[in-house]
Ligand binder design. Structure first.
Ligand code: CU
Length: 92
């Protein structure tokens, strides 16, 4: 294999793993009535983002209502994960 060919493979592997991290991070995000957001991560647990874009804590089992009237029950409290996501802005 030529050196250039190997570098191409390595570059595409890095690109693929970066893509995997981004899509793994959040499964779905919902906008809530009060202007905050709830992010559902790939592991099914959730993290809250307040209307100022800060990661905030919410007790597990707390009932939330989305802008379009859906009721969601808080599962998990992934504050650190939300914080990390907001810091690196890996929102989908
Ligand atoms: Cu919540």
């Amino acid at each position: 294999m030529t050196r250039k060919f190997v570098l191409t493979i390595v570059a595409s592997m890095i690109a693929a793993s970066a893509f995997a991290v981004n899509t793994d991070a959040i499964k779905k995000s919902y906008e809530l009535k009060d202007g905050s957001k709830v992010h559902v991560f790939m592991n099914g647990r959730m993290g809250m983002e307040d209307r100022f874009g800060r990661a905030v804590s919410m007790q597990e089992g707390h009932a939330m209502e989305t802008k379009d009237g859906q009721k969601i029950m808080m599962k998990g409290n992934e504050v650190w994960r939300t914080e990390d996501m907001l810091k690196h802005d890996t929102r989908p």
